[in-house]
Design a protein around this ligand. Structure first.
Ligand code: NDP
Ligand code: ZN
Length: 351
């Protein structure tokens, strides 16, 4: 089968591989829709997780079950399924401890396009099919199902990590597709003011639709100064980081209230250390919590998040600015994600 792979750091290309082996608890999926992620860009062009040779990329998609193992109970050949970007081993100790995304070791629930071939192949392999697949429900399109792989669960996880409560003033740093879903999630959780950081007008337009109330540009001066000015010196209750660099935490801590919480879902592709400003962290005693997390996967979460779309409470279609048709276009879509033209939020490829 063909697949679009990371050939080495800085290089992508098409490869021919054997169709993956389907174990007794596994499934093979033939993709229906695929989307590239900024994480693929960090992985290939920043070498953020180290060298990979001929590894098929991609971890956002949905498809049709092409094969199932004989122990799989709830899915059969021909089912149209959603698949999360993170596919934990649900019987692991880490999963039992509540951190399935780290099943088998830190970040090890992230298998696609990390240490096994991802979804940009004619077929892709899903471990623990009963735990990691969900049927695409009535009223959810394949485009929407694709956004449920990664964008919705990651943005929403930022909201969970920041523990957004009714009436909170929330800062969302980065309003690419992940940050936009963080804005939407914060809004659903009852945030009052949502201050969004990002410059692309197309993203700002979408952020308004998802509930952002104020905008600041990280290119127009330090984020903390702008936030403190907007809030008359009070700062924000909660912050979600979905963009930026290792430098981004510092201004966020500076404009976070004592007792505030930061949820980071940004993949830090470069740099060695992250600075925490001593004084604004309450000289170590400010009760400002920092959590960073890989999105949770799993069937239950996919099914629940899909219900938000089914019930008309979440519209992910504002994310999809560029549509491609045909498997070969996966390469164009990934290159678009790398180049980030001003009119882009998220590309999708319909097969
Ligand atoms: P995008 O590149 O589309 O968006 C990034 C956003 O951050 C844009 O709004 C951009 O603004 C803004 N930004 C860029 N530089 C800075 C800066 N220096 N300071 C503040 N804001 C900045 O990314 P995605 O939305 O696709 O992904 C966001 C992150 O989430 C990525 O790192 C991705 O790898 C990660 N991710 C993490 C997952 C997880 O499980 N934790 C899963 C999926 C993705 P502008 O408008 O100027 O472009
Ligand atoms: Zn991703």
């Amino acid at each position: 089968m063909r697949g679009l792979a990371m050939k080495k750091i800085g290089e992508i290309g098409w490869v021919e591989k054997e169709k993956p082996y389907c174990g007794p608890n596994d499934a093979l999926i033939k993709p229906l829709a695929l989307s590239p992620c900024t994480s693929d860009v960090h992985t290939v062009w920043e070498g953020a997780i180290g060298e990979r040779k001929d590894m098929i990329l991609g971890h956002e998609g949905c498809g049709i079950v092409a094969e199932v193992g004989d122990q799989v109970k709830d899915f059969k050949v021909g089912d149209r399924v959603m698949v999360a970007a993170i596919t934990p081993d649900w019987n692991s100790l880490e999963a039992q401890a509540g951190f399935a995304m780290h099943s088998g070791g830190m970040l090890a629930g992230w298998k696609f396009s990390n240490f096994k071939d991802g979804m940009f192949g004619e077929y892709f392999h899903v471990n623990d099919a009963d735990g990691n697949l969900a049927l695409i429900p009535e009223g959810v399109s394949i485009e929407e199902a694709c956004m449920l792989s990664d964008m919705v669960p990651t943005g929403f996880h930022g909201v969970e990590l920041a523990d957004v409560q009714f009436g909170d003033t929330v800062l969302v740093v980065g309003i690419g597709p992940v940050g936009l879903m963080a804005v939407a999630g914060a809004n659903l959780r009852g945030a009052s003011r949502i201050i969004a950081v990002g410059t692309r007008p197309v993203c700002r337009e979408a952020a308004k639709k998802y509930g952002a109330t104020d905008f600041i540009g990280y290119k127009e001066g330090p984020i903390d100064e702008q936030v403190l000015k907007l809030t008359n010196g009070a700062g924000v209750d909660k912050a979600i980081i979905a963009g930026g660099t290792v430098e981004t935490l510092e201004p966020v801590i500076k404009c976070l209230k004592p007792g505030g919480k930061v949820g980071n879902v940004n993949y830090l592709g470069e740099g060695t250390y992250i600075n925490i400003p001593r004084v604004e962290w309450g000289v170590g005693m400010g009760h400002k919590q920092i959590l960073g997390g890989l999105m949770p996967g799993g069937r239950l979460r996919l099914e629940k998040l899909a219900k938000l779309i089914q019930c008309g409470k979440l519209d992910v279609t504002h994310l999809l600015t560029h549509k491609f048709y045909g498997f070969d276009k996966v390469e164009d879509a990934l290159l678009l994600m790398k180049d980030k033209p001003a009119d882009l939020i998220k590309p999708i490829v319909i097969l």
